[in-house]
Write a protein that binds this ligand. Structure first.
Ligand code: URA
Length: 236
């Protein structure tokens, strides 16, 4: 037996807090009866529905994909572009954990485990993401310091991060910069560079928490091990 809000979040309906709101607002039924109180417990044999749609726990699947360029980080695309889900061979309804831009490559996780997905994308949990960015021009030390300390982006200061020049190619005038951030705002890395006038030509996510791309080529994926899943759960 487990609390109804925990059950809903494990089924991927919403975060635990949002699930509580769904319950209180009368959207959730257990065995055909509306349940509006938060203390109720359910087991796997109870029939639970949200807005009239039956939900259930299916077996959890976890994948790490090396996302290529020109693949969209969503389940479906109205323009018919290839999605990250298209690249994984499964019948299960999985979805990406967070997003990478269409032209960004690298590590992306996919799962049908709503609870883990909520945990990893929750801003308070500070999951680190490591990128390598190819930017036009020489990336100055002072700019690295500014971006690492935090800048005002869309009215909100970015959390402390790491921006570090790895290599400057004088001939082509490109810098390669290592970036480690613990937030996941939309286009955050590109927007931070752009704040100081740098153009990001390529962006690759090399690490998501402790998970990297070793053993994978672009477009390839692997399942996470049970140990890795447990380790991800312990990050909160
Ligand atoms: N930051 C970006 O700007 N783009 C990504 O795809 C990921 C992080």
């Amino acid at each position: 037996m487990e609390r109804l809000q925990k059950f809903l979040s494990e089924c991927g309906v919403a975060s635990r807090r949002k699930s509580e709101e769904l319950i209180v607002s009368g959207k959730v039924k257990v065995n055909g009866e509306v349940v509006k109180t938060l203390g109720v417990k359910v087991s796997d044999s109870d029939v639970v529905s949200v807005n009239g749609e039956m939900i259930s726990k299916s077996l959890k699947e976890y994948y790490l994909l090396y996302k290529p360029r020109e693949v969209i980080s969503s389940v479906k695309d109205e323009k018919g572009r290839t999605t990250v889900v298209d690249l994984i061979n499964t019948e299960t309804r999985i979805y990406p954990v967070g997003r990478l831009d269409y032209d960004t490559t690298g590590v992306i996780l996919l799962t049908n485990d709503g609870e883990l997905s909520n945990l990893l994308t929750h801003p308070n949990n500070n999951i680190t993401k490591e990128y390598i960015a190819k930017v036009k021009g020489f990336f100055k030390k002072d700019d690295a310091t500014l971006l690492s300390r935090g800048i005002l982006l869309n009215g909100k200061k970015t959390k402390p991060a790491l921006f570090k020049l790895k290599k400057y190619d004088k001939k082509s005038d490109f810098s390669y910069v290592k970036v480690v951030i613990s937030e996941g705002r939309n286009h955050q890395v590109k927007d931070m560079f752009s704040f100081l006038g740098y153009d990001v030509l390529k962006l690759k996510r090399e690490k998501y928490a402790f998970l990297d791309l070793s053993g994978l080529k672009s477009g390839e994926y692997r399942k996470l091990s049970l140990k890795e899943v447990k380790q991800l759960y312990s990050l909160k």
